[in-house]
Write a protein that binds this ligand. Structure first.
Ligand SMILES: [Zn+2]
Length: 200
């Protein structure tokens, strides 16, 4: 089931100034090849966007793509939100900007919590890559729903027990077509994902 696009946690949004152009520069640069490859985009039949990206910001927050921006060719800072606070156990996220943060912000938060060296998260969708890599690369349990406190615990397990901590790639069994890439920055996280396409 495609469960993209709806929010499974309490999202508090303060309509305020967007992130700066500088803060979204790496996101914009690396979104282009991801979008061109169809890894971020829009399910026309469902009318929902898929794929979302974020970077850790200097103040300890993170900047993430806004909700329902997958169809846009080159979104700018107006289409990114700053996540200023979250509580995984309480299932609550607070964000600021011109747009609400992605419905998958909680998952990004859980990934940043794994390791201070994770500075970027790229979440994409690809049916062929997902089918090929499911249970081949580190894979979350199918019973764990995406964007929930249980998923945060599942990422911790993968990070402890598999090469996810080394190569930054995880397949989401409970989230059709969903793949996660993490890295020290947007370049590394994006190249790890784009590298999966090379040996497709
Ligand atoms: Zn997704």
């Amino acid at each position: 089931m495609i469960d993209e696009g709806y929010i499974k946690f309490a999202l508090e949004w303060i309509d305020s100034a967007p992130p700066t152009a500088d803060e979204v520069a790496q996101l914009r640069e690396w979104r282009r090849p991801l979008y061109a490859a169809g890894l971020i985009g829009h399910y026309a039949e469902l009318n929902i966007g898929y794929g979302n990206i974020s970077v850790r910001s200097r103040d300890g927050h993170f900047i993430i793509s806004g909700t329902q921006t997958g169809h846009l060719e080159d979104p700018d800072e107006q289409h990114y939100a700053r996540v200023t606070d979250y509580d995984i156990a309480a299932n609550r996220v607070r964000c600021e900007g011109r747009i609400r943060a992605s419905s998958e912000s909680m998952t990004h938060a859980a990934l940043y919590e794994l390791d201070p060296n994770i500075n970027a998260v790229v979440h994409v969708h690809s049916a062929p890559l997902w089918r090929k890599l499911l249970n081949v690369r580190p894979t979350t349990a199918a019973s764990v729903a995406y964007g929930t406190p249980a998923m945060a615990e599942e990422f911790r397990r993968l990070y402890r027990e598999t090469v996810f901590a080394v190569d930054g790639i995880a397949i989401m069994a409970g989230h059709d077509e969903g793949i996660i890439g993490t890295g020290h920055g947007m370049a590394e996280a994006s190249e790890r994902i784009l590298g999966l396409c090379d040996d497709r």
